[in-house]
Design a protein around this ligand. Structure first.
Ligand code: CTP
Ligand code: MG
Length: 227
């Protein structure tokens, strides 16, 4: 089953505290987002890659796309204020397709088998998202006092990719926009219009490069892969 991938890459990476978009930071000489692009470039089931970017970063991003031979990049959309706006801009720009995958450009270590399972699930059921079981005990607190310990067996840490049929995600994204609803992932928008979202178990390696210590972990993952 083939798919189109949308990669939101128009953030600024404030929590990384770097002097530029964190996606341009290098791990062993290659920018983070290039690792992500290569996963999809090398997946025969991926038909097209679309990126949401900031206009002022277009030149530098295009130069890396050319340098690393990422021929599946079919277009760019202008990123928005919220990640959700960036994704919607891409969805409105891409040609209609069967399954669309949304994946953070900041998650370079996604496993191919997880992508394949997500696409399969989305094709049959409409919506599927990558997740891993919560490792820690999770509690709710108010004013520094525990109010509840949540049953860990029901908790998942949600990642991307998130896969959907194109019509479903476009409808959910446009409906959220009209209602002024802001979600932290695409699944929330689809849940909001009453469509069930299925979980596909992913890997703990599929971490998002968010804060400086994630770069240490990222380098360790890359090193472990070359051994
Ligand atoms: N993103 C985007 N448009 C935005 C905000 C984020 O395309 N308006 C992208 C980021 O580039 C990243 C992905 O969404 O690939 C996940 O977001 P996050 O990890 O939060 O990245 P940033 O928003 O860049 O980081 P921060 O929140 O620390 O500023
Ligand atoms: Mg952000």
């Amino acid at each position: 089953m083939n798919y189109t991938v949308v990669l939101p890459a128009a953030g600024s990476g404030k929590r990384m505290k770097a002097d530029k978009n964190k996606l341009l930071l290098e791990l062993f000489g290659k920018p983070i987002f290039v690792y992500t692009l290569e996963v999809f470039q090398n997946d025969p089931a991926c038909d097209a890659i679309w990126l949401a970017i900031k206009e002022e970063e277009r030149g530098v991003i295009e130069s890396y796309v050319a340098k690393y031979g990422i021929t599946k990049v079919k277009g760019y959309a202008q990123g928005g204020m919220e990640r959700q706006d960036s994704v919607r801009a891409c969805l409105e720009a891409i040609p209609p397709c069967g399954v669309v995958l949304v994946h953070d450009a900041a998650r370079p270590f996604i496993a191919s088998r997880v992508i394949a399972s997500l696409v399969e699930e989305a094709a049959h059921k409409g919506a599927a998202i990558a997740a891993v079981p919560v490792k820690d005990t999770i509690k709710k607190a108010a004013g520094g006092i525990i109010t509840e310990t949540v049953d860990r067996n029901q908790l998942w840490m949600i990642q991307t990719p998130q896969a959907f049929t194109y019509e479903l995600l476009l409808k959910a994204a446009q409906s959220a926009n009209e209602a002024g609803f802001i979600g932290t992932d695409e699944a929330m928008l689809v849940e909001r219009i009453g469509h069930p979202v299925h979980i596909v178990e992913s890997t703990y390696e599929n971490v998002k490069m968010t804060t400086p210590e994630d770069l240490i972990y990222g380098k360790a993952i890359l090193e472990s892969r070359t051994q």
